[in-house]
Design a protein around this ligand. Structure first.
Ligand code: XUL
Ligand code: CO
Length: 424
């Protein structure tokens, strides 16, 4: 029976998103693999640092199993209305918070059984699950990096329970975002020890994934700060260095988020290109930050040129694979209506569809890749290749004997920007 939450709501009208349209030989839906984030759409109540709850949903307050089930009913109604193939959750989004680990485990199992039944009647699948190890006060000094070994153990138990639940629901990935894995002040922080603990913890996660036969990807999500002043998983490059240090580079990939890239002083396409160049692009969290506010505003995307360049790098990297496009985006706190939830997601889907089509057109046109190939063409010759296995003395001798005098060439940035502008 319908919950009635979406009664009277206009269903989305898509002008650009067409799941069955073939883009570069593949259905648009299979390229984009959209997911709804349970936390922003159903768990967040509209609070900001200056004010409390603005949304009043029939599943509030969220401390009761009956209302958690109603929330799931509404969530699946929205997945159907939007036609999204995936959703994502934290444990704390889907189950009521009731205190002890044993009680939270019991309610997590009960609600994920319930969600599993809902999935049987729905085409929406689980893109990823994750553990909220940042909201409760027990995590205030970190989860795996907490100075208190009891919290480390609690974090291990929590991730085990969430990985079990993700596996049970056929999740295609498991994400770790270290919201409190960092520091507020170095005066009370042993950074080396904390990083070793975080590396060891992630190895345990990988070991357990193999033990239970979970075939999804394990992903870490970089973000430079907020809530911690400094977070260890600062950006894609930092995460890759960390994964290599602890021997996890073949086991763990990255979940990259537009807004986090901006906070780190990068562009989204930079982060995607860094991960892709190391074969570590796992999935993306699509959203946008307000460029004036300087914090993580998690808005729905609305900038086609930015999104197009992001998908350009995704497509060049061979696509999202088991990953997807998760809308880690929330309504503005004044957007109170059920209609706003539909409009926010539908708008994001339209922007991504336009970005994907623009990216595909850029690749099919080939101009940008041709310009890139031309810029590096000198390296195609056997003599140039031999230099890479040579040494400084031989190269110095070569410059002298051949009287080498390099002739600078234009980087053609303006022409390339004009070229991109034809497609967006
Ligand atoms: C926080 C953030 C998280 C992760 C999952 O900025 O992006 O929602 O995506 O924990
Ligand atoms: Co995110």
């Amino acid at each position: 029976m319908a919950t009635g939450f979406f009664d009277g709501v206009e269903p989305p009208k898509f002008h650009h998103y067409n799941p069955d349209e073939i883009v570069m030989g593949k259905r648009m839906e299979d390229h984009l693999r959209f997911a709804v984030a349970y936390w922003h759409s159903f768990a967040w109540e509209g609070q900001d640092p200056f004010g409390g709850q603005t949304f009043q949903r029939p599943w509030h307050p969220q401390d009761d199993m009956g209302r958690a089930k109603l929330k799931a009913d509404v969530a699946f109604e929205m997945f159907d209305l939007l036609g999204v193939p995936f959703f994502c959750w934290h444990d704390a989004d889907i189950r009521p918070e009731q205190g002890s680990f044993a009680e939270n485990l019991r309610t997590l199992n009960e609600i994920t059984d319930y969600i599993g039944e809902k999935m049987e009647g729905s085409k929406t699948r689980l893109l990823w699950g994750t553990a909220n190890m940042f909201s409760d006060r027990r995590w205030m000094s970190g989860a795996s990096t907490n100075p208190d070994p009891d919290v480390f153990a609690f974090a291990a138990a929590t991730v085990k329970s969430c990985l079990d639940a993700t596996h049970k629901l056929g999740g295609q990935n498991y994400v770790l975002w270290g919201g409190r894995e960092g520091y507020e002040t170095l005066l009370n922080t042993d950074m080396g020890q904390e990083l070793d603990h975080m590396g060891r913890f992630l190895s345990m996660v990988v070991d357990y994934k193999h033990k239970i036969g979970f075939e999804g990807q394990i992903l870490v999500e970089p973000k430079p700060q907020e809530p911690s002043k400094h977070q260890y998983d600062y950006d894609a490059a930092t995460c890759i260095g960390f994964l290599r240090k602890y021997g996890l580079e073949n086991e763990v990939k990255l979940n990259l988020e537009q807004g986090h890239a901006i906070l780190a002083g990068h562009s989204f396409e930079h982060e995607i290109a860094v991960a892709a160049s190391e074969g570590m692009l796992g999935s993306i969290d699509m959203n946008r930050n307000d460029y004036q506010s300087g914090w993580d505003t998690d808005q729905f995307p609305n900038n086609v040129p930015e999104v197009a360049l992001a998908y350009y790098h995704v497509l060049n990297a061979g696509g999202l694979g088991k990953g997807g496009t998760n809308f880690d985006a929330k309504l503005r706190r004044q957007s109170l209506d059920a209609q706003d939830l539909i409009d926010g997601h539908a708008g994001g889907m339209e922007i991504c569809a336009r970005g994907l089509k623009a990216a595909a057109a850029m690749i099919e046109d080939g101009g940008l890749n041709a310009a890139l190939a031309d810029r590096y063409a000198g390296w195609k010759s056997p003599d140039a290749q031999a230099m890479l296995t040579s040494d400084l003395e031989t190269l110095a001798q070569h410059v002298l004997s051949e009287n080498i005098a390099p002739f600078p060439r234009s980087g053609r940035q303006e022409a390339l920007e004009n070229w991109v502008n034809r497609f967006v």
